[in-house]
Design a protein around this ligand. Structure first.
Ligand SMILES: Cc1cc2nc3c(=O)[nH]c(=O)nc-3n(C[C@H](O)[C@H](O)[C@H](O)COP(=O)(O)OP(=O)(O)OC[C@H]3O[C@@H](n4cnc5c(N)ncnc54)[C@H](O)[C@@H]3O)c2cc1C
Ligand code: SF4
Length: 484
């Protein structure tokens, strides 16, 4: 049968039996290698210091990229980290995890490879930590005002650091047992080791930020009670509601949301005992969803000793090169090959899952999958193309629909709009003194946006409390710049 898109590849493949488990050769340490300093300098030197640096608007933080490129080229690493920290509180998070929309808008990219901006960024901050140039910046005076930040992901942390440095007394509330949001329990260590996060938290603590882990606002403390205790509140609770796949067999044993799986492995890497851990060891794994979360599941499954890993995406395979309808300097949607993809597994596009099939014990044994066809712009399973893909662990990584609304809406009457917390151009909700930043207000997005929004919301809070602010205001909620 003709199969131009490789759709049949997985079903026709002979899958190995369930054991023995392959020898595990990968650990959970970061996969990146250190950049050779000569190459790094050469890369920084390729920057043309353009009259209009499009990379500035490509980067949601407005990072001063040509300035620090020039400083690195001159060997002035200490000044480089100062310029980098001027716009980005946590360059080690973005330097390891950002998809680097700045590189898509680098002027060199018109006719040759862009400057490796992200690599220069992480090298600057790594050098700074190694040389002891990253120190606490406690405020010179306290304002006497208090702020509660709810949620300790990159948005909450950026807001908290800015507000603490402005002299406010800031407490960060987090319902998880450890601080960090998705940086802690979503993103695996092989993409960013937690020691990077812990070093920042130590810096923030030394500056005066207070952390309250294991406290769920809305349950342990009511939202309206929190509001009355503090002069301002920042909602940075993320977009944590997973998009489900409500098809027959969804409740079978062995079908899980990706985050349930990733959180457990992150806890194990942190040294915790996890009872009845969901594991890919000795299993045929199917990951549904082709984004960052899906890639993290693939990398984790290989490290746990999966027998096979298949990644299904409902849409078409994006092109490897920038298509004409997404011209420079926009950020194109391209076929992404992350480290987890390089490590192995099959990627299948145009795959619509229509049913999970059970064995006699009520465990998933296969997926029934049809080829996707586009009807009136909708993606639907093409009848007559259904096939089975064997699987004994299925991970649903289809993104997130938005923040949890129940207690926020019930206790604080904060309205929602299109599934996210409604806010105005200054990150303010309709409740006086209550602001929102990051995925909770923006919807599922990126770390770089979360930091940018946290910084901007902090400026808005500072102005609300003090009548004026010296803090920068990098982006408005509606800003999309040149990126998604
Ligand atoms: C698996 C995965 C991998 C990803 N990989 C990347 C990547 O490589 N690069 C990238 O740029 N982006 C990535 N992202 C997206 C990125 O992590 C998010 O956009 C970013 O973390 C959002 O930051 P945030 O601060 O808004 O929210 P979050 O990081 O989600 O943090 C919100 C925090 O609020 C807490 N919280 C929620 N409700 C309450 C409450 N009522 N009381 C107390 N605490 C509460 C939550 O427990 C959570 O810790 C990934 C996302 C996932 C899920
Ligand atoms: S934060 Fe992301 S977009 Fe901005 S300079 Fe760094 S890699 Fe580029």
């Amino acid at each position: 049968m003709a199969d131009p898109k490789g759709f049949l590849k997985v079903q026709e493949r002979e899958l190995p039996k369930r054991r023995p488990v392959p020898v595990r050769i990968m650990d959970f340490k970061e996969v990146y290698e250190n950049q050779d300093p000569t190459q790094l300098r050469r890369q920084a030197g390729r920057c043309m210091d353009c009259g209009i640096p499009f990379c500035h608007s490509g980067c949601p933080l407005g990072n001063l990229i040509p300035e620090w490129n020039d400083l690195i080229w001159r060997g002035e690493g200490r000044q480089a980290i100062e310029r980098l920290h001027a716009t980005n509180n946590f360059p080690e998070f973005t330097g390891t995890l950002c998809p680097a929309p700045c590189e898509a808008s680098c002027v060199l990219g018109i006719n040759q490879p862009a400057v490796t901006i992200k690599q220069v960024e992480v090298s600057i901050i790594d050098q700074a930590w190694a040389n002891g140039w990253v120190t606490p910046h406690p405020p010179e005076r306290l304002t006497g005002k208090t702020v509660a930040v709810v949620g300790s992901g990159p948005a909450g942390l950026a807001a908290a650091q800015q507000l603490t440095r402005a002299g406010h007394t800031v407490a960060v509330y987090e319902r998880d047992d450890r601080i960090g949001g998705l940086l802690r329990y979503g993103i695996p260590d092989f993409k960013m080791e937690k020691k990077r996060l812990d070093a920042r938290l130590a810096q923030m603590q030394a500056e005066g930020t207070r952390f309250r882990a294991g406290v769920t606002i809305g349950e342990d403390i009511a939202w309206d009670d929190l509001r009355s205790r503090y002069d301002a509140v920042v909602i940075a609770t993320g977009a944590t509601v997973p998009r489900d796949l409500p098809i027959p067999g969804r409740d079978l044993l062995g079908v899980h949301f990706a985050m349930d799986y990733l959180v457990q492995q992150n806890k194990v890497v942190a040294g915790d005992q996890v009872a009845a851990q969901i594991t890919a060891e000795g299993r045929h794994v199917v990951v549904i969803g082709g984004g960052d979360t899906g890639a993290d599941c693939i990398g984790t499954a290989h490290r746990q000793g999966a027998l096979s890993v298949t990644n299904l995406a409902i849409g078409i395979q994006p092109p490897a090169e920038r298509p004409e309808h997404q011209p420079w300097p926009t950020t194109p949607t391209l076929f992404e090959v992350s480290s987890a993809h390089e490590e192995g597994g099959e990627r299948v596009y145009l795959a619509s899952t229509v049913e999970f099939l059970a064995n006699e014990a009520g465990e998933v044994r296969a997926l029934r999958v049809a080829e996707t066809e586009y009807l009136d712009g909708r993606r639907v399973p093409k009848s007559g193309t259904e096939r089975e893909i064997p699987a004994d662990l299925v991970l649903i990584a289809m993104g997130f629909t938005g923040p949890e609304s129940d207690t926020l809406h019930g206790q604080l009457r904060v309205p929602f709009e299109n599934g996210t917390v409604e806010r105005d151009g200054d990150y303010a909700t309709s409740e006086a003194g209550v602001f929102v930043a990051g995925d909770a207000g923006r919807g599922q997005s990126l770390i770089v946006w979360a930091i940018a929004e946290g910084r901007a919301a902090a400026s808005a809070v500072d102005r609300y409390l003090e009548g004026e602010t010296q803090l920068p205001f990098p982006v408005r909620p509606t800003d999309r710049a040149l990126t998604v």
